[in-house]
Design a protein around this ligand. Structure first.
Ligand SMILES: Cc1cc2nc3c(=O)[nH]c(=O)nc-3n(C[C@H](O)[C@H](O)[C@H](O)COP(=O)(O)OP(=O)(O)OC[C@H]3O[C@@H](n4cnc5c(N)ncnc54)[C@H](O)[C@@H]3O)c2cc1C
Length: 290
């Protein structure tokens, strides 16, 4: 490995200046739980690491205009331990809790999980189902982008050179809403999802579904927002017929690969099963008094 500089700026402005001065040869570092492994194996050789963990604005979790906003340097553990956030978005927490061990979660961030762009990243389908936006700041200013538009393929994102994800913005939680994320792995823990499914839904007073979002991970080159699966729920009481349609639509949306963790056929089937089970948990959570 050639010489490399490490910087830990205390402001976003300083971080942006460092990145823009490095002509694309720098990497943002949050927890480093993906980045350091990629550097050790020689997959990437950045000339500059810009550690964003010392920027106070990027470490906050707050309610803004009724919705939660959390900084991209907030660790998974900090998010899990935030009671109000966990109450509002238990499905996002389902995904975040699955990221590695306790030690990994103490360093890793949701921002890193999204920007690392693994198709199997566990927080990503949950965030997509939640309708989360990522706030991005870069040399050309600020923009808010739906999370589903950030990873574009394995290890690739739509971020331009010099851009940083600074926070995630979740919509105001409506009454009678619930979300859930489930993944299938061949082992009991610390493995990569063969399929992941996130479902978020809202019911009206009579129990009819008025809003739904469904997302699948590990069944395509990036996590997918599956509108057809969500449409199977809206207008129904999320009964057996609706859940069957949801499962069929989820399976139909997959464009998986065969790999050592699972065959295409297995992924098609499991996507339907997991989407259905996640919807059942989301339904149960929506029925609880929040
Ligand atoms: C033992 C182990 C088990 C794991 N298990 C799981 C698992 O079960 N599920 C799972 O999904 N992941 C798992 N991971 C992967 C990893 O921990 C997660 O992807 C984690 O969320 C990455 O976050 P980080 O803050 O460490 O990212 P980093 O390693 O700091 O960064 C990852 C990438 O994102 C970029 N980046 C980071 N933050 C930003 C930002 N704010 N703006 C722009 N770019 C940014 C970096 O430049 C880098 O390319 C595991 C890792 C280990 C080591």
């Amino acid at each position: 490995m050639s010489d490399m500089l490490y910087e830990a700026p205390g402001t976003l402005r300083a971080a942006l200046a460092l990145l823009s001065g490095a002509n694309g040869k720098a990497r943002v570092m949050a927890g480093g739980t993906d980045l350091l492994i990629q550097m050790r194996s020689g997959r990437i050789e950045p000339e500059l690491l810009v550690d964003i963990k010392h920027i106070p604005d990027l470490r906050a979790i707050a309610l803004k205009r009724g919705g939660f906003q959390f900084g991209s340097a907030v660790t998974c553990m900090e998010l899990i331990e935030h009671e109000a956030f966990a109450r509002a978005w238990p499905g996002v927490i389902d995904g975040v809790k699955l990221i590695g061990s306790i030690q990994v979660k103490g360093r890793a961030t949701v921002g890193g999980n999204v920007c690392n762009a693994s198709p199997a990243a566990d927080s990503v389908p949950a965030l997509i189902a939640a309708g989360a936006l990522a706030r991005i700041v870069g040399p050309d200013g600020k923009r808010d982008v739906p999370v589903e538009d950030i990873p574009t393929g394995p290890g690739k994102t739509s971020l331009a050179s010099g851009e940083i994800v600074v926070s995630f913005i979740l919509p105001k939680r409506l009454p009678r809403s619930g979300d859930a994320y489930l993944r299938f792995i061949p082992r009991t823990e610390m493995d990569i999802a063969v399929v992941g499914a996130g479902v978020n839904l809202t019911l009206d007073r009579r129990g009819f579904c008025t809003l739904a979002r469904v997302s699948l991970g590990a069944v395509a080159e990036r996590a997918l927002l599956v509108s057809e699966a969500a449409a199977a729920l809206v207008g129904t009481k999320v009964d057996d017929a609706a859940l069957r349609q949801l499962a069929a639509a989820a399976s139909a949306a997959c464009r998986p690969i065969d790999d050592k963790r699972g065959t295409k056929e297995f992924r098609f089937k499991v996507a339907g099963v997991l989407a259905r089970r996640a919807a059942e948990i989301a339904l149960q959570r929506a029925g609880r008094k929040n």
